[in-house]
Ligand binder design. Structure first.
Ligand SMILES: Cc1cc2nc3c(=O)[nH]c(=O)nc-3n(C[C@H](O)[C@H](O)[C@H](O)COP(=O)(O)OP(=O)(O)OC[C@H]3O[C@@H](n4cnc5c(N)ncnc54)[C@H](O)[C@@H]3O)c2cc1C
Length: 402
C-alpha cells in the first residue's frame, strides 16, 4: 500500500464535468487531484456530440473549436413514416469531436495546476470529521488518498453518489450508438420516434464529419437490438450499414435532476448529479453550467467548512438557474412517454401547422427547452383553433398529470 496524500479536492472522474471543475478549482489555488479509471481521457466515447452554439460561450467555451459538422435543425420521423423538418437559416448546433473536447478540458485542468491520475479507479469512499478517504486501485496497487472534499464526476452510475447515500432510485436510459462510415451533405439531425423503437426515449442519426452517429436509448430492453431495428428503419443510411460500422459504444443517461447532489464533504457534478436535459438527455452544456456553479459554492465551502449545510447552497443555486428547465422538461418527456404510436404521429403532424411551426422556430433554443414550453403555455388559448379544443385538452392533461 502506498502512503497517504492530502489534497483540498479529489475529483472522481476525468470526463468533461470533472476536468472543468478541476480547472476552475485549481485556478483558485486549491490542490486538486482528478482520478480517471481509463488509460486515456475521452475514451471510450459514447455521445452524439451535439452542442448548441450559443449557450456554451456563456461558460467560456466555444464549440466551434471541436466542430465536425454544423446543424441548422432537425428532421423528426414519426412512427407512421411521415417526417417533419424544423430548420432555421442559421447554424443552431455543432456536432463535435467528443474525444478532442474532453482532452482539451483535461489539458486546461492540468495547465491550471490540477493533477490527473489515469488508470486510477476509486473503489471506495468514506467521510469523517477530518476529511474524506478514498481507496483507489492503480496499476501499482491500492492507494489511499485523503482530501477536504470529494467530488463525484463519475457519470450516471456514480460510485461516489452510491457510497455517500445520494443515489436512491436508479432508472437510467441504456443507450447504444454506432458510427457508420459515410458522409451526407446535410445540416440536419434526424430524430426517430415510435414505441416499437423506444418507449421512453428516441433514436437518432446525426451526420458527424466522415461518419454518421446512429444511436438509441430506452429505460427497458436490449439497446443493441433496438439499434439494429433503427439502422433498418433509417433509410438515409448508406447501403449495408452493418458492414460499415467503425465504432460501437454503449452508455447510460441518468434520470434528470432526480438525485441529492450534496452532502457532508461531498458534491456531485455532471451526469453523476443528473444534470441533463430531460427531453433529450443532453448533458454537456447543462452539466458544465452547473459545474461552474459547483465551483463557486465549493470554493466558499473550502474557505469556511465543507459541511452539508454550506454545500446545500449548490442545490439551491442549480434550482434557481435550471429548476424550471428540469420541471418543464420532465413534464414534456413524461407526456411523450404516455403517447401511443398514433398519438406520436398526430403530435408530430401538429408541427406542420403554421401557428405551431412559427412558435417553435421563434422560441425553440437548443440548450434551453423551457423557452419553448413557456411560449406554448402562454399561447395555449390561441392554439385552440389550430389544434382543436379536445386535442389541446388531451395534451394539457398529459402535461400536467405527473
Ligand atoms: C448515447 C449518448 C449520447 C449523448 N449525446 C449527447 C449529445 O449529443 N449532447 C450532449 O450535450 N450530451 C450528450 N450525451 C450526454 C453526455 O455524454 C454526458 O452528459 C457527458 O458525458 C457527462 O459528462 P460527465 O463528465 O458528467 O460524465 P462522463 O462523461 O460519463 O465522465 C465520467 C468519467 O468518470 C470516469 N469514472 C467513472 N467511475 C470512476 C471511478 N470509480 N474511478 C475513476 N474514474 C471513474 C469514467 O471513466 C469517465 O471518464 C449523450 C450521452 C449518451 C449516453
Amino acid at each position: 500500500m502506498a502512503g497517504y496524500e492530502m489534497d483540498d479536492v479529489t475529483i472522481v472522474g476525468g470526463g468533461p464535468a470533472g476536468c472543468f471543475l478541476g480547472e476552475n478549482l485549481a485556478k483558485k489555488g486549491f490542490e486538486v487531484t482528478i482520478l480517471e479509471e481509463h488509460p486515456e481521457i475521452g475514451q471510450p466515447m459514447c455521445c452524439a456530440g451535439i452542442l448548441g452554439t450559443e449557450r456554451l460561450k456563456e461558460i467560456g467555451l466555444n464549440s466551434e473549436d471541436w466542430c465536425l459538422t454544423k446543424l441548422r435543425g432537425g428532421i423528426f420521423h414519426s412512427p407512421s413514416g411521415d417526417s417533419v423538418e424544423l430548420t432555421r437559416d442559421q447554424i443552431e448546433a455543432h456536432v463535435i469531436d467528443r474525444a478532442k473536447f474532453d482532452r482539451s478540458l483535461a489539458e486546461k485542468a492540468v495547465r491550471a495546476g490540477a493533477k490527473i491520475k489515469l488508470r486510477s479507479r476509486c473503489k471506495e469512499i468514506s467521510r469523517h470529521d477530518a476529511g474524506v478517504s478514498l481507496k483507489v486501485k492503480t496499476p501499482g496497487g491500492i492507494e489511499n488518498l485523503k482530501s477536504q472534499i470529494a467530488v463525484g464526476a463519475d457519470g450516471t452510475n456514480s460510485l461516489v453518489a452510491r457510497n455517500c447515500g445520494l443515489l436512491k432510485n436508479f432508472s437510467p436510459k441504456a443507450c447504444a450508438q454506432a458510427e457508420i462510415a459515410g458522409k451526407i451533405e446535410t445540416h440536419k439531425a434526424n430524430v426517430y420516434l415510435g414505441n416499437d423503437l423506444s418507449r421512453s426515449f428516441f433514436g437518432w442519426v446525426v451526420p458527424s464529419g466522415e461518419v454518421y452517429r446512429v444511436g438509441i436509448g430506452d429505460k427497458k430492453g436490449n439497446p443493441l437490438r433496438k439499434l439494429i431495428k433503427l439502422i433498418e428503419r433509417a433509410n438515409l443510411l448508406p447501403q449495408n450499414p452493418g458492414k460499415k460500422i467503425v465504432r460501437f459504444t454503449t452508455g447510460l443517461i441518468p434520470e434528470p435532476s432526480g438525485r441529492k447532489i450534496y452532502g457532508d464533504r461531498v458534491i456531485l457534478v455532471g451526469d453523476a448529479a443528473g444534470h441533463v436535459k430531460p427531453l433529450t438527455g443532453g448533458g454537456l452544456y447543462l452539466g458544465l453550467s452547473c459545474t461552474k456553479i459547483a465551483s463557486k459554492i465549493a470554493t466558499k465551502a473550502l474557505e469556511d467548512e465543507p459541511s452539508e449545510e454550506n454545500l446545500e447552497e449548490y442545490e439551491n443555486a442549480v434550482q434557481e438557474k435550471f429548476g424550471q428547465e428540469f420541471r418543464l422538461g420532465n413534464r414534456a418527456r413524461k407526456m411523450l412517454e404516455k403517447m401511443s404510436d398514433d398519438d406520436l404521429s398526430e403530435f408530430l403532424e401538429l408541427m406542420t401547422l403554421p401557428k405551431i411551426r412559427e412558435l417553435i422556430l421563434e422560441h425553440a433554443a437548443f440548450d434551453r427547452h423551457s423557452d419553448l414550453f413557456k411560449a406554448l403555455i402562454k399561447e395555449g388559448p390561441s392554439l385552440i383553433e389550430a389544434v382543436g379544443a379536445r386535442n389541446l385538452m388531451k395534451y394539457v392533461n398529459w402535461f400536467t398529470d405527473i
